[in-house]
Design a protein around this ligand. Sequence first.
Ligand SMILES: [Zn+2]
Length: 477
Amino acid sequence: MKKILFSLLMLSAVMVKAEAHSNDKFDDYNCFAVVAGKNATVDGSVLLAHNEDDSGEQMLNIYTVPRNNEKGTNKYVWIEFPGMKVADAALNEYGVAVVSDACRSREDRFDVTDGGVVYEVRMTVAKYARSARHGVDLVKELMEKRGYKHSGRTYIIADCNEAWVCALVRGRHWVAQRVPDDKVMIIPNNYCIKEVDLSDTANFCGSPDIITYAQERGWYNPEVDGEFSFKKAYSAPATYHADRNYIRHMSALNHVTGNDYTTDPNTYPFAVKANRKIGIADMIQILASHGENVSVKVKHKKTPLHPSCICVDRTINASIFQLRSWLPTEVGSLIWTTGGRPCYELFVPWYAGMSKSPKGFERFATAAEAEEKHFSDAKDMRINYPKFAAWKFISFWEWLLTDYNKYIGVTKQNVGKMQEELFKNQSAFEESLKACYDSKTKQITDRAKLEKTLNGYTAKTYDRYFKLLDKIRKSQK
Ligand SMILES: [Zn+2]
């Protein structure tokens, strides 16, 4: 039995790997994001939801990085995948969140200084941004000084007041747009900004020649194309029309509006008005979509086990940033995050005010060392760091794949119950935190106690969750 189990495990590992590589050339299934403005959500928070999709086995680390007054850097919660340039996410002490989705451009010129930037973009925002808008200014600075090295990417930067999407193109071209407060925006792996009006500085920011450059390159012809559409002009055509992109876009659009959409990405608005207020449970449903609500199915996916749409085999982390303006940032801004696929994993809250990660989430004693070795120490992680939380999530996924159809029901039922409980408990838990701050001024009055309580809450949740995962596996023997 052991032998059979082992070969099944090996087989599933090979399958996951092969699938991941077959997708690489399309550069899609490389993350997915949904942003809801503060007037579009149930509780008035800005919500930013994101699936992190990557090939290969990745080790999830989550650091609570302290402020460095000498260097002038912020305190932040850092979701780190060692060795990865475009997988990390962060939430800093100003409640600024940053994630990204690959969006391939058609740019073939390489106008950068000192090699250009990639990883620096998210780290700069995490370390220095004091608001989402300030984050956009920092991106502008990086684009002007260095330029972007990869083909293209959309960074989503949000705080408790607003969210901005920054579409970067290889070289110096870029454009950012503010997500309307009453709308929901969806970003698969193609640019989603359409009309650009740089004179409207409250809603746009970008390179001044964004339209004229497209004309010069023959990517936009006003006589043929009509009004300028950034996504149409700058997207790599293959990515733009990839079925995996429009199918995921359709699924999310349908979820928030209840309407059906065509398969033509040109018909999708920049952002939509939802048919109701959107909550965290909605975001989980969108991130977990296996395409149940769309008639067009993903064609390239061969894995017979885990169905695929927005939630895919290669989704290694899903995060929902809940950003609330009426509470101190330490309490009001948090990440609900998973150790794997959102269709069955628990979303565990990490508050911006935490000062210590639970055991098993930081492979180094300090975040400074982790950052220094982010690229150099990224091989054989499972061998070198066997006792970390990351493998608990991954080994559960491997077990699930040994008989997905048999195990998914009992898993969803048990984890779903714990998730419900966490949601229900949120207000009572946050009520108890009021003892640590002044509700009128939002000033923290007992930081030590606040940090200890927040740290303990997350740690205890993981303790319970890992026990639950063990229990589920044992119950199926
Ligand atoms: Zn799934």
